[in-house]
Write a protein that binds this ligand. Structure first.
Ligand code: GDP
Ligand code: IMO
Ligand code: MG
Length: 421
């Protein structure tokens, strides 16, 4: 069976920590979409590690790790990441597999990302500038280069051909981006990656499944950044919902088992785009401080707001979430009031349906308020020890969303997780 783990908001829900925790129950952890725009934080023996391309199962010695065909890979980032973690993970290379069908992010993709964002001015997406959009554009435009191509004798020619196209595109902008600075490291990294286990991953994973192995598919980004259902155009360029798992790994829908959905007890977003429950005020600042809300990939301050049940219910429907995990509950310890959005008012009409275009912003979230917890959550070890108000908060969230909470995370540490059901 393939269980799935997804972020249900705009990313950074704490997926890395939860995958690292759950990994001991699985044989394989597989990334199925996204690329180095992701930043998944784990603590290994008290040391902070941020993973961008590697699956978050690498620190569990029982786990094989797959970078699936749906992922876009920047060889420079991947090489650097392996070099960073190899000391704590000496057998990593024997447990790491890469799909030959995964697409490559080229130096000129990063330049095109930067050029497109600069040209958009005020309307910029707030991209991580990792080349994600241009790499996926070349994939769907049928121009892309794949990991399998690096093993062919004419890789350099293929590279030059697409580079030429990119240069023509870049010449249309009236500013210059120095992509050549990355080219040497790119080829160095390509040579390095040739020595890794590049496989026909769709056969491999289906064989493993037929042999009874358990797979956890690790989502990157968040459901509200999904290319089809997110706050378009302020989204990423892949399908971040559960449907992306089948495309991104080459497995049949019938193989999907549990779908874990992760949400913070509040909400954050990095980059531009609508955010209905955003707190652009002191309370938002308090959330940012208490939650240390700064991007794991870019270091940018994250925008903060209250949890939005309207948006959560929408994405839970899209992915068929079966188990909820609430993270960063401890961050709300210091708040006198905690709010939960349960509907939007649009032109005086109340609705629990997400409108087509959240960018129009003509709506007002309606909130239920909870009093302060009255005691810190971070030291609790069992659900029974949690403050009564927080338990009521959990029950309200569960009933509204129609999905049971499986775990509550109350700190950054691997052990700071409380089983609910
Ligand atoms: P991801 O992209 O979903 O893996 O999340 P990030 O790693 O980008 O951001 C989540 C941040 O919250 C990281 O710094 C984690 O260490 C931290 N974190 C995760 N769970 C908790 C929690 O329950 N409480 C607190 N205080 N921090 C947490
Ligand atoms: P993890 O996996 C939060 C956001 C960017 C930008 C938009 C498009 O750590 O949760 P892109 O680089 O994909 O073209 O950027 O998506 N974004 C993320 N926000 N967490 C992420 O990943 C993100 N990956 C992309 O900030 O608004
Ligand atoms: Mg992140």
């Amino acid at each position: 069976m393939v269980d799935v783990l997804l972020g249900l908001q705009w990313g950074d829900e704490g997926k890395g920590k939860i995958v690292d925790f759950l990994a001991s129950k699985y044989d394989i952890i597989a990334r199925f979409q996204g690329g180095p725009n992701a930043g998944h934080t784990l603590y290994v023996n008290g040391k902070k590690v941020v993973l961008h391309t590697l699956p978050s199962g690498i620190f569990q010695s029982n786990c094989k790790n797959l970078i699936g065909n749906g992922v876009v890979i920047d060889p420079i980032v991947l090489k650097k990441e392996i070099e960073t973690v190899i000391e704590d993970c000496p057998d990593l290379l024997s447990r790491l597999y890469i799909s030959s069908r995964a697409h490559l992010i080229l130096p000129t993709h990063k330049a095109l990302d930067a050029a497109s964002e600069t040209a958009k001015g005020k309307e910029k997406i707030g991209s991580t500038l990792k080349g994600i959009g241009p790499a996926y554009m070349d994939k769907t435009g049928r121009n892309g280069l794949r990991i399998g191509d690096i093993l062919s004798a004419d890789f350099s020619e293929k590279y030059e051909k697409i580079k030429f196209k990119h240069i023509q595109l870049l010449n249309q902008y009236d500013f210059k981006i120095d992509w050549q600075q990355w080219e040497f490291s790119f080829f160095e990294a390509i040579n390095y990656i040739k020595s890794l286990q590049i496989i026909n991953a769709e056969y491999w994973i289906n064989n493993e499944l037929n042999n009874g192995k358990k797979v956890l598919a690790e989502g990157a980004q968040g459901s509200m950044l999904d290319i089809d259902f997110g706050t378009y155009p302020y989204v990423t360029s892949s399908n971040t919902i559960a449907a992306g798992v089948c495309n991104g790994l080459g497995i049949a829908p019938s193989k999907i088992g549990e779908v874990y959905g992760i949400t913070k007890a509040y909400c954050t977003r990095v980059g531009s785009g609508p955010f209905p429950t955003e707190l652009d005020n002191e309370t938002g600042e308090q959330l940012r401080k208490a939650g240390n809300e700064f991007g794991a990939t870019t270091g940018r301050p994250r925008r903060c707001g209250w949890i939005d049940l309207v948006a959560l219910k929408y994405v839970i429907m899209l992915s068929g979430v079966t188990k909820l995990i609430i993270t960063k509950a401890d961050v709300l310890d210091s708040f006198n009031t905690v709010k939960v959005a349960y509907s939007y008012k649009i032109n005086e009409v109340e609705t629990t349906e997400l409108p087509f275009d959240l960018c129009e912003g003509n709506f007002e979230p309606q909130y239920k308020e909870f009093n302060e917890w009255g005691m810190p959550i971070s030291t609790c070890k069992d659900f029974s020890e949690l403050p009564q108000v927080f338990k009521e908060y959990c029950i309200f969230v569960e009933q509204y969303l129609g999905v049971k909470i499986d775990y509550i995370s109350n700190g950054t540490g691997r052990e700071q997780l409380i089983k609910k059901n």
